[in-house]
Ligand binder design. Structure first.
Ligand code: PA5
Length: 462
């Protein structure tokens, strides 16, 4: 199982002013945490609670359909192109970057075990879209359009561009190159998929975008590039079982949620840095940033009081950001909780040759890059403690589907528990919807005419 070490948030290590009396706090909050965990598990099957992501590890039917489709198209495509944004892309990017061999798209087909390359278009930069579309042979590309709402302007515009190109190249057969993942009822994409006859996967009800990585949103692209999705569901199930434990001393999601909540509300540390010491886990930080920001950044609490709360998430990468952000983290405002992610065992070892023995870099020879990475992670953690900065360390034994799934699921549950502690609705995103609606108005979507007029007036003044 993955582990959480919270020693460096304790007042005994980083001092009373910045640290927490952690044992005391765990005991003080035990009852509240028990209630929160029991309540989340009680509500998870109820419609309208947006907690069905807690069931995704057990969704054998989805796994079966995903595997069936993946084996049906095996060998037919050189590329998978995912069109999606936010929660419809970030989990896919995080997991494929973690689990596929590094530089996957640059490997030969043999090095990729004849599995396809995978590309995510999660932005609407015209230069990068044009460039990618020039690189890909669309005839040999399977396009997975992913949008829960079925109408997000960025994804739908990409879909329209790609569909048009595909049809021009392939005629009527273009339909075989599109697979859609969307809601079963709402949205334009589902209607179009039915009309045009695309293979369709469903984002289950009550699973929000940022909690959808273990639905077909993620599982389909994973299976299409040969990732073992059973390993992933096993990781989720084992972590889910561990996180059902009502004892805060045994529940790492509850511990980290409470630490972040108390550091924010008692110690004024409302920034949460996610810093994996692994390039393969780099995009877990991007995924976490969305999860934490959209879930916890809220204007109102559950009683409708204006609170404008939410800890700000920040992404960082070890060791790269030791040469960038760490100066600020050590000496700047003491307003952050830093989450290190450490990997116990890397897939490979890389030795530094014993050359230049009698020079100032001779000490490196004979060591491994693995040693150097670990030494740097340890020294950064200790230096931060010297400066009385709180850090927690999440340790993952290895980077594989089982542990990466545990990590992501743990962070999802941590977010849900933190939302309850803040007493806000973790699962809505009115701030995102507001901007989406403004975009619809500006781009002339029907039904948004009044907003468009109001918006033109506002734009003139801001
Ligand atoms: O988490 C969320 O709900 C959002 O970030 C969405 O995932 C994002 O806006 C994309 O929405 P959709 O999947 O409906 O296209």
């Amino acid at each position: 199982m993955i582990e959480l070490n919270y020693k460096n948030v304790d007042a005994q290590v980083i001092g009373e002013e910045n640290g927490l009396n952690i044992e005391e706090e765990f005991n003080n909050y035990q009852e509240r945490i028990t209630h929160i965990i029991a309540d989340l598990n009680k509500r998870k099957d109820k419609p309208g609670q947006w907690l069905r992501w807690m069931n995704l590890g057990y969704s054998e039917e989805t796994v079966w359909y995903v595997k069936e489709f993946a084996s049906m198209v095996e060998g037919r495509f050189e590329n998978i192109l995912v069109l999606g944004i936010g929660g419809s892309a970030l989990g896919g990017i995080a997991v494929t970057e973690a689990l596929l061999k590094p530089y996957w798209n640059l490997l030969t087909p043999e090095q990729r075990n004849n599995q396809p390359r995978i590309f995510f278009l999660d932005n609407i930069d015209p230069d990068s879209i044009n460039s990618l579309l020039n690189i890909l042979d669309l005839k040999k590309t399977l396009v997975n359009v992913i949008t829960k709402s079925g109408s997000t302007a960025e994804t739908m515009s990409q879909y329209m561009i790609v569909k048009d190109l595909l049809e021009k190249e392939l005629g009527d057969d273009y339909r075989k190159n599109i697979v859609v993942t969307t809601d079963k009822n709402i949205g334009i994409l589902k209607q179009l998929a039915d009309q045009e006859g695309y293979k369709t996967f469903i984002v289950p009800d009550d699973v929000g975008g940022r909690f959808s990585v273990f639905s077909a949103v993620g599982l389909l692209p994973f299976a299409l590039v040969g990732i073992d999705i059973d390993e992933i569901t096993n990781g989720i199930k084992d972590m889910d079982l561990a996180l059902k434990n009502l004892d805060i001393h045994e529940n790492i999601a509850a511990q980290n949620a409470l630490i972040h909540y108390l550091m924010d509300t008692k110690k004024g540390k409302n920034l949460s840095v996610m810093m994996p010491y692994s390039s393969r886990l780099k995009y877990v930080s991007d995924w976490y940033v969305q999860l934490w920001a959209e879930s916890l950044g809220k204007e109102y609490d559950k009683e409708g009081n204006r609170v404008n709360i939410g800890p700000t998430p920040i992404k960082a990468l070890g060791v790269t950001d030791q040469h960038s952000q760490i100066q600020l983290y050590n000496e700047g405002p003491n307003n952050k909780v830093i989450n290190f992610i450490r990997v116990k065992e890397f897939d490979t070892t890389l030795e530094i040759p014993k050359i230049f023995e009698y020079t100032g870099i001779g000490y490196l020879g004979g060591k491994t890059i693995n040693d150097l990475l670990n030494a740097e992670a340890d020294s950064t953690r200790v230096a931060l403690a010297d400066y009385q900065r709180p850090t927690v360390t999440i340790t993952i034994p290895k980077i594989n589907g089982y542990y990466v799934a545990q990590l992501l699921y743990m962070l999802e549950v941590q977010t849900a528990i933190a939302g309850e502690l803040y007493n806000i609705d973790t699962f809505n995103q009115p701030g995102v919807e507001q901007a989406k609606n403004y975009t619809y108005a500006l781009m002339g979507r029907s039904g948004y005419e009044d907003s468009a007029i109001q918006l033109q007036t506002k734009m003139a003044s801001v």
